[in-house]
Each structure stands twice: as C-alpha cells, then as structure tokens.
Write a protein that binds this ligand. Sequence first.
Ligand SMILES: Cc1ncc(COP(=O)(O)O)c(C=O)c1O
Length: 302
Amino acid sequence: MIPIERIRAAAESARPHVLRSPLVPVEGALLKLECLQPTGSFKVRGFFAAALALPPERLRRGLITVSAGNAAQACAYVARQLDVPCRVFMYDTAPPPKLAGVKRWGATPILLPRDELLQWMAAEGWHKEPESFIHPFADDEVMAGHGGLGLELLEDLPDLARVLVPVGGGGLVSGIASALKGSRPEIEVVGVQSDGYPLWIRSFEAGGPVSIQPDTIADGTTAPFDARMFELLKECVDRWLMVPEPRLRAAVPELASAAKVVAEGAGALAYAALEQLEPGPTTVAVVSGGNIDPKLLAAFLS
Ligand SMILES: Cc1ncc(COP(=O)(O)O)c(C=O)c1O
C-alpha cells in the first residue's frame, strides 16, 4: 500500500488545485461527486500531485501520458496550470468530449489504435520521448494524490463502513484504500467493474494475467493488465462486484434524473453496483467522472 505520510503530502500539494468534492445522499448510500472536479474526473488529484513532485527541470520539459481520456484531460489541464507543454497518447476511439478537453487545454493528442497503444505501453515507449512521463495509474505519486479522496472521506464520515470504487488500472482504488486502511483497516473497500471488461475479476480468478476485448460504456476502466497493480489490488480490494452492462446503461440516466448527477459509464459503475449489497452501514459510492458523450447521454435519457 502507499504510506499514509506520502498520501498526506501528495493531497496537501494538490489541495489548492482540486475540489473537496461533496457527498450527496441517494437511497442506501452517499455519492462522492468527483465528476465535479476540474476536467470532470478525479484524475486531477493524482496528476497535480505527480507533476508538483517533479524536480523543476523535469517539469519544465513538459508532461506526457497515455490515457483512455480522463488522465489525458487531467494531464493537459495540469500542464496548462503549471505553464508547461503536454502531449498525450490516446486510443483513437476516445469519446469526442475527452478529445476536445485535451485540445481545449492546449495539449497535443496522439491517437493510436488500441493494440498499438498497448504495445507502446508494454514497451514503455515514453522513454524515447522528451517530456516527463506520468503513468495514468501505476505511479506512487499519482495514487498518493488520489488518496486525498480517502482522507476527505475519513474526515467527513467518522462511521464510514464501505466504499465502492470503479477500477480500471487500479490507481484510484489503491490510493483510496491506502488512505482508509492506514487508520481504519476495517473499512471495506469494494472494487467494481463492468461485465463488459471484468479484467481484474477474471485475473484474480485465473491467478494471473488475462486479456479481454472491452465491450462497455465504461471506457475509463479499460486499462490493460499490469503485474504491479495485480499485487497491489490483492492487498487493497476486499471484495469485487461485477455490474452487468445493461444495469450500467440504466444507471447513467437514473443518476441524472434521481440524483441530478451527470456521470459517464465508468463514473456510474459504483452507484450501479449498490443494488448488489445488503443495506446497512454507512456506504459511499465514488462517482469518478462525468465526461460522457452528450449524444450518448441524450440517447439514454430519451
Ligand atoms: C471516470 C473514471 N473512473 C474510473 C477510472 C479508473 O481509474 P483507475 O485506472 O485508476 O483504476 C478511470 C480511469 O481513467 C476513469 O476515467
């Protein structure tokens, strides 16, 4: 796990730049609204922490990352705020609003087909690039920054018992779990994935790497297997829940009409999984992002 002192320091450095996101009640749980962060997802927490931890000469070289879209936008936004250049490698299938966000903050997207992008990641292609690379999830500083969310939960909810977190590469859940379990190990951390890309659920069943072709609206959770994260997630996640894709598709408009919350597919996963839990103790579902293609949202709502 990430040491608690490191999480406190990372959260402290990111604090002036990120929102202390609100908790709003729905039946049986509280939603932690990370969709309201600058750039519309939790990713700014980790990217500010990681960028601000770089030595000044490495920061001046600019930032580079690889992303399904939200890390890309966060990286672009952080670079803009810190006045350094930024490029991002993205899937060529990235939803239009995520691509638009990257360009809005002056970063240059490099679009590649999924297989090519995964090869570039496996070969650690960033070593050949001039900018400083920030890994979208397997980076201690990024995870420590995300841990700030866990610290807020501890402060706001002294009786917190369960947290549901969507899992892609696993950086968000590892940061949150490290923050919570550092002082309250009994809090249950529940990892949530779609049945359209249950990478970690299948990997733990298999006891090692699996490869799955994503078929889900939760595009933010379609990261590839990573051996380091496999070990970390074993420690961090107490229970896994898998959400059927039709349930996830229903959860997006439900969140909009019932809770007045705009969530993207990955952002709605934790909420969508709530129905699988027995009601009871104080429970938080993290709404991790709101960058849904407006056309998709309109289709869901009609
Ligand atoms: C909205 C959203 N939720 C959840 C995740 C998963 O985060 P992680 O890859 O840290 O598990 C992502 C990752 O991009 C995301 O964009």
